[in-house]
Design a protein. Sequence first.
Lengths: 112, 115
Amino acid sequence: EDKVVQSPLSLVVHEGDTVTLNCSYEVTNFRSLLWYKQEKKAPTFLFMLTSSGIEKKSGRLSSILDKKELFSILNITATQTGDSAVYLCAGMRSGSARQLTFGSGTQLTVLP
Amino acid sequence: NAGVTQTPKFRILKIGQSMTLQCTQDMNHNYMYWYRQDPGMGLKLIYYSVGAGITDKGEVPNGYNVSRSTTEDFPLRLELAAPSQTSVYFCASTETGISGANVLTFGAGSRLTVL
């Protein structure tokens, strides 16, 4: 059974802080690792990582995958209150169904 | 371009009742999925479909049924509602990309309470 574990479960920081969210995975026939942001509604896509060691960046967010150690991190620099959300990571299998196994998420709260 | 549309947004059921959650997408996506999300948890896959006429079980299929008679529609049926099915249900779809990408487009969710 595929497994994705995120840590920490929750995090409270102040605006301007930098945070690192962790995701470890055990996914059969692993293909990619995806990060989503969820703000009390449907998750929205952030990143998809397929290759090890290549950082993906979008503004203040960045993410990297380590396929040897089976983990990924999501970094958010200069946090803002609008970054408050649950961050989900998901491991994707190879194959036609492209099933995703989600972690439980990290609840990030950014205080002004 | 509506994307993925789910109905209803909210529903309260009594134990033993049946209902269908509707999901429609207008993006001509082949792949469609149903997830449930319990409070403080990630999403768990209930059923998925890789095309019209093809469905398969996910991680937590018990108590649910699906059908996929058209590319656009992927309804989820609860036959005998139980309190354990109280959850938020998300329908999602994705295209068949040669890159293998699976960037899901999610519906807004359906909050179901079984009392």
